[in-house]
Every structure is written in C-alpha cells, then in structure tokens.
Design a protein around this ligand. Structure first.
Ligand SMILES: C[S@@+](CC[C@H](N)C(=O)[O-])C[C@H]1O[C@@H](n2cnc3c(N)ncnc32)[C@H](O)[C@@H]1O
Length: 314
C-alpha cells in the first residue's frame, strides 16, 4: 500500500521520537550497570536448533571463505570476536580448529534462553569427529542442562565496547579480529578502528561483515529503505548514540579508513539496493549522502577483509 505524504511524515516522526526515548533509556541503564539487551539475541529468535547450527556454520565458513584462508591458518592464532551476541558457537569452532585463544568482547549482555543454549552446544558437539569431541570437552562442560566454559583458551568479556577495549585487552595480542553484524551498531567507528589497529599484530587480519541497512527502523513500517539517510545527523545521533542502532556509515567510510590506516584490504559487496530505488529518494537524502556516488549507496551488506601491513608496507 502506498503511503500518503502526511502518513509518511507522521510515521517518520513517531519513529524518531520512539528511538530518541529508547536511546536515552539505554544510556541510563548502561550507566547503572544494566548491560542486558535483546540486541544480539540472534539464536533466541530462531525456531529450531538446526537453524542455529546452520547460522554458526555459515558465519564461520564465511570468515574463512571471504578471507581466503583455511582451517590450517587458524592454528595457534589469538582471535578477538566482537559482539558474539547470545551464543559462542562461532568462537568454539575457531578453538576446535586449533586457535590458541579466543576472546569474545561485547558491550552488552544479550538475553538468552539457557536451555536452548544447552541444546545448541550439544548439537555442535554431536556434529564433531571423535578427536574434535575430545577438544570440545576440554573447552566446554555440558552437564545436566548446564553449559560451562572451562578452558582459559576462551574468554567472554561484556560491559566494555570495542572502542574502550584497550582497558581490558593487550595491544598487538591478536592475529585476527572478526565480527558479524556488529560494526554498524557502533557510533564511534574512528575510535573502534583505532583500537582494533592497536590490538592487532603486524600481518594480523580483520574480517568484518557489516549490515548497512536501516535494521527495520523505518522499513518495518513500509517506508523506503533509505529513509534513514534523510534524517539529519543531529537527530540521528539523538536516536542512536547509545542503543547500538545503525551508525549510517557507508562503504566509502570503510575504504577511507583502510587507506588512512594503510591496510591492505578488499571490500566485497554481498547484497545491494538497486539504482532506480536509490534515485527515487536521493534528492531527499541529507547532503553527505546526496553528494555520494549512487553506486556507493547501493551496498546493503559488505565484507571487509583487511591485513595490517608491516613497517615496510608489504
Ligand atoms: C546484531 S548483533 C550480532 C550478534 C552476532 N554477531 C550474530 O551474528 O548473531 C550485534 C552485537 O554487537 C554488540 N555490540 C554493540 N555495540 C558494541 C560495541 N561497541 N562493542 C562490541 N560489541 C558491540 C551487541 O551487543 C550485539 O551482541
């Protein structure tokens, strides 16, 4: 159904007010030490354990295939996973593949269903080869519906965002930093890349999947997928500065940042908004987006694969 001009205007402002209130509520709760959120409760929303397994395997396989590395390349590595959400299946896969250590760092604590989590880890174990099961049992204890991570190869830190991670992690410790659907939730990406650069060792990799869409803020009400780029920067900040809603950075930002940090990098676009859909709304976008090449507004999901160069630039 096509919305009239008035209905659109009303819906947009209703959403803006709703998100501004939610943003400040999140900030107050976070300052009071309440880190729980449904952001990242990915598995909680799945209908079956097989959906969870499929997701975990897909996320892990994507890291390897987009970075063009194999399981062998993971052996002995120290890995940082940003924003794991409500499950550590991907981290487990890295450890079973031979990683030396994995740290899962999350600003929030994603709400989770304890009995579902038990079933997921059990299903991960059931899929493993006998020698991998031994490895699994050295990392996770599954006992009467409870899950306990018992190895110091695994660490979960929540309550600290990646922007402030140097308060809790050591510089140059990591060989790899990975994330799925996380960077778009962080308001200060300059601080985030700065920190990740310090945490990575020379020749270390970053592999990030970034979702550039509006995360349903306006599209859930049938509005154009780029409506969120028509909101002024000031209002967008009021709506999103604390609650992990999308930061609106486009592909050009990631390119610029990688050049600035002198990384060797590739950005692969996975899904796009088509040109006619972009042209339909482009005149109404905020000037920083209006000035951009339409091609740079097309990517909806990207993979950034970047390697920290050594001092000789190789
Ligand atoms: C959409 S969820 C993705 C969860 C998981 N990676 C997945 O694929 O299901 C985004 C995650 O990023 C986390 N997050 C948000 N801001 C963060 C920050 N500044 N530092 C680290 N993690 C953050 C959220 O708490 C949440 O777990």
């Amino acid at each position: 159904m096509k919305l009239s001009g008035f209905s659109k205007y009303f819906l947009i402002w209703a959403k803006i007010i709703y998100y501004i209130l939610g943003n400040y509520k999140t900030n107050i709760l976070f300052k009071l030490g309440y880190f729980k959120t449904n952001n990242g409760s990915t598995h909680f929303r799945f209908n079956s354990i097989s959906d969870s397994l499929k997701y975990i395997n897909q996320v892990f396989d994507d890291y390897l295939s987009f970075a063009e590395i194999s399981v062998k390349d993971i052996k002995g590595k120290n890995i940082l996973e940003l924003g794991p959400g409500d499950n550590f299946g991907v981290a487990l896969k890295f450890l079973i593949a031979g990683a030396n250590k994995i740290v899962c760092l999350d600003k929030f604590y994603s709400n989770r269903d304890v009995s579902q989590q038990y079933q997921i880890y059990k299903a991960i174990r059931d899929e493993l080869l006998p020698e991998e099961k031994i490895n699994f049992d050295n990392i996770v204890k599954l006992d009467s519906q409870a899950v306990e991570f018992i190895s110091d190869k695994f660490e979960y830190i929540y309550g600290t965002g990646i922007e402030n991670a140097l308060n809790v992690l050591s510089p140059t410790f990591f060989d790899m930093i990975v994330s799925r659907a996380v960077l778009e939730h962080i308001p200060d990406l300059d601080a985030t890349f700065d920190t990740m650069d310090k945490l990575l060792c020379t020749d270390g990799y970053m592999i990030h999947n970034v979702d550039l869409k509006d995360h349903g803020i306006f599209t859930s009400k049938g509005l154009h997928p780029l409506t969120f780029l028509s909101v002024s920067e000031k209002i967008w900040k009021l709506m999103t500065s604390y609650n992990g809603k999308p930061n609106r950075m486009r592909i050009d930002y990631y390119r610029r940042k990688m050049e600035e940090l002198n990384y060797k990098y590739r950005i692969k676009t996975i899904h796009i908004t088509t040109l006619p859909v972009i042209e339909e709304i482009k005149p109404q976008l905020q000037s920083q987006f209006r000035k951009m090449l339409s091609e740079d507004l097309m990517p909806e999901t990207i993979f950034l694969i970047a390697k920290k160069r050594n001092k000789n630039n190789s």
